[in-house]
Ligand binder design. Structure first.
Ligand code: IMP
Ligand code: MG
Length: 179
């Protein structure tokens, strides 16, 4: 059981599903009578996109980007490379970036500026998780699921060496699982 490889659960499956419903309610209110294009950041945001979009009782367009932030190991550097770009022009669109986690915030601040430069009408950010370091970077995250401690976490889309994305909760791996 991969769940047993987790030492400590940080956010439970029930907490996530309640939070997703709450965030979806806020999005419905904020975007009432407005366009909504959700841009999921691959691969971490897959679970959040799947759950959030199904909790929305309105039309929503979905697109995806894959970016890689150069950096060693578990730290990102702020230098971002686009691995997969959006399929469509977003001029005049109301974009909501969906991310798994804001850590240093460098990836998101780059991405937000990039999408704004393409002429989007608005660009807001949703992140399921936010770590304390995010406060240091000036990037406004409009919707935050949970504020968590600085530990490296896995699950609900987040990986360690491409594994654990499929855990339905968020947790810290047992020490001996890191190689
Ligand atoms: P940032 O640029 O430092 O905010 O890093 C953002 C990206 O780093 C996220 O989209 C994740 O892919 C990855 N990341 C940051 N913290 C964690 C973590 O605790 N577990 C897994 N991936 C993480
Ligand atoms: Mg990510």
């Amino acid at each position: 059981m991969i769940g047993n490889e987790v030492e400590r659960v940080v956010v439970t499956e029930d907490e996530i599903s309640a939070k997703v419903k709450e965030l979806a309610g806020r999005i419905e209110t904020d975007y009432r009578d407005r366009d909504l294009l959700m841009v999921g950041v691959l691969k971490g945001a897959i679970m959040a996109m799947a759950d959030l979009s199904r909790a929305l009782q309105r039309h929503v367009d979905m697109d995806w980007m894959a970016v890689s932030s150069y950096g060693s190991g578990t730290k990102s550097s702020g230098v971002v490379r686009i691995l997969k770009d959006l399929d469509r022009d977003i001029t005049g669109r109301e974009v909501l970036i969906v991310e798994d986690i804001v850590d240093s915030g460098l990836t998101l601040s780059w991405l937000k500026a990039n999408l704004e430069s393409r002429g989007a009408k608005s660009v807001e950010i949703l992140a399921i998780l936010r770590k304390p370091d995010a406060a240091k970077v000036d990037v406004k995250v409009k919707y935050v699921g949970f504020e968590i401690p600085a530990d490296f976490v896995v699950g609900y889309g987040l990986d360690y060496n491409e594994k654990y994305r499929n855990l339905p909760f968020v947790g810290v791996l047992a020490k001996h699982m890191y190689s």
